[in-house]
Design a protein around this ligand. Sequence first.
Ligand code: SF4
Ligand code: SF4
Length: 377
Amino acid sequence: MINNQTIRSLINTIQVFRSFFPLKTIIKESLLFLFSYKFTKGSSLSLPPAITFLLTKRCNLTCSFCFIDQKGKSLTSELSLNDIKKFVSTFPPKYKPGIFLCGGEPLLNKELIPIFNFFKEQGMKVGIITNGLLLNIDLIKDLSTASPDIMIFSFMGPEKIHNQITKNPNSFKTIAANIKNYQENCPSSKVIYHYILHRFNFSAENIDQFITDCLEQKLKIKNIRFLYLSFLTESELKEQESFWQKNFPDLPSPNYNIYLQTDNNFAPSEKELDIIFDYLKQNSNHYNFTFKPFLSKKDIISWYLTDFTLNRNCLFPWASLQVNADGKVFACQNIEFPIGSIKTDSLKQIWNNNNLIRFRQKLKKGLFPGCARCCKL
Ligand code: SF4
Ligand code: SF4
């Protein structure tokens, strides 16, 4: 059965994206999902409530902890409005999934605005995940007609650390100026700041400095979502590759869309975690703080060490699809194993096809080695 930690993580996610889905849909989808997960041997009775489109795998930054692999970055094909229209034309008329546009850096896709407007015209909620650097005033004005329902900006820490990790001495100030313009022009859009927790920013002092730096740039702050850095060690990746060959010998080896960390000599101390949680508690009247995924203190400490395993379930392939920049569709954000393509297949052909059912069945028996530290847990 689904364990409590998984449910707490899921509730956190629903809280953050609550505005994306009407309450009726959340209740209906949750019931159908629970039924499918328990009784259907890997097929899903409802269509995915959310679909993520990686509009491009290019990025205008080269962050030290980038999760887009080198092979992915060199993937030059990008999703086009025509590909997306063709795929959406296979959706049942009343089906309105929540759409996430991300990358690489999604603002680099020249068709971002037509793609965004198309989804909004279909009556779908749209969220964009961006590093914010290219969000100039013209783009903001184009977006403001329909306004993204959620806009997520990724930060690597306070100004000094963010600039170091992104290797761009002006990135924090540029992004802050863009966000300020965005907040003024798109006031109905929910803005979330992602703060990626890694060894160089994992302290109450750095979180406080981040808030101070944002306020100095006159940014409105409401939602800060802390993401534990997703990564695999080299031995975990090797284990995952053997696991795949053993369990899916007839399928090609997937590409892995995950940051590979070679040195693991960092873990936050229990004392530091207490200081952080006290700090967040003291400031929780002013800001909404959430974490992705939900972890106990013990789990947080071991997350950053080697040989990390988490005892929980992954529900992602029952609830979501990820469309790659070349149109291939994946059931998982890290393990790029194609289950179809939006260029050739309909949603119906993809969603409960044999390979996806096999993937779900195997995952239900236990997490894969490559699932360690996945933010979807
Ligand atoms: S902004 Fe995101 S996609 Fe771009 S380099 Fe940084 S981590 Fe990678
Ligand atoms: S937990 Fe595993 S299967 Fe689920 S999304 Fe993450 S890597 Fe994929």
